[in-house]
Design a protein. Sequence first.
Length: 414
Amino acid sequence: MMSETTEISPFNPASRRSFLQKITTLGSLSLLRSAALMAKANDDTLQVQAGPYLQNVLHDEATIMWITDRNCFSWVEYGDGNHLHRKFFDVQNGLIQANNRVNKIKLKGIKPGRSHKYRIVSTEIVRVSGSQFYFGTTFTSPIYSFDTPAADASSFRMVVFNDHHERPQTIPELLYRFGYKGNEKDFDLVVFNGDVFDNTESEEQVIQQFLRPCVDIFAKETPFLFVQGNHEVRGAFSRQIPGYFSFVDEKFYHAFNRGPLRIIVLDGGEDKSDDNWEYRGLVAFDPYREVQREWLRSEIQSEAFKQAPFKVVLIHIPLWHSGDWHGPTHCREMFGDLLEQGGIDLMLSGHTHRYGIHSPDADHSYPVMIGGGPVAGNRTLIKIACTRENLQATMIKDDGEVIGELNIKPKKKR
């Protein structure tokens, strides 16, 4: 299906200056949102509660997500030139998805190494009678842009947060201070390596404490990756969390290439044993980690893994340097030997709230970087810059102190 063509003005990259101007208004965001909610009480027009936000941007695909305040029929209008010339829908089992609020629309088969333009459109569904849908008002967003990497991209950059525990101000404070070189953005992907939340109790919490801050700051035009931590598996809304994010194969554990880097994401699950009284018999993380072990065994034998110049593992609970609770020890048992066999270059974790860079030792032949905790003075941002010749990992404390830097050269192919 084709949309009417729409002329698009040239794309101007967001500058650091404009982001710094945004941070000056951060303290007033809650007041503005309260005023907006009061205004909405007298305004029955369709609203987007969060979004759009980018997920899973690879060289030939991307996922665009957003949440409306009522059930809608939604789509993405897309173009890779001067016009929006295509529409993308979410199609499942022959049905174009409609009458839903959380939208997850995949743009498949788009061109590598290009700038892409898009906007989101949602039309309210006021009534359904049999196969007949009756529509109300329509929301159309401004036009946004994002870039896909070239299939053979020679470099990649990402920044990694962890354990900010519902302190959304941490995102702009660290990103604006350390995520730029001059006025230029110094990251292609933002990673949240677990414990974004304390406990996940409601959709409103997910939107207010995480999605909206990301959208306000960067996520309309730069993707983020959500890595599940042990606090995300707690609370009344924990089982609904996956529906608000998108991943390769729509699983928390997965792997993908960005430039010279193979990124392996593992889900460490809960740090307590499955029979712990707190869970009343409603968790099964040991079998879940066993499934991941078999997947990881296949992953390290894949050509994509073997041919990547560098391999980095993201896992919230570090296998080492995190005590002897059941979660870390079982992760170690399930993943430790396979990661050694695969010859990974670096593990990035959180969980302990004690930042540190742990050199290779008798337990692990690769460095382990563990980010800090949520409190000012203990917060960290990890910056990764990868070329074919070098993997640089830098840990920066929120006061600007560089805790440490690693420069890793590629291993010889086995």
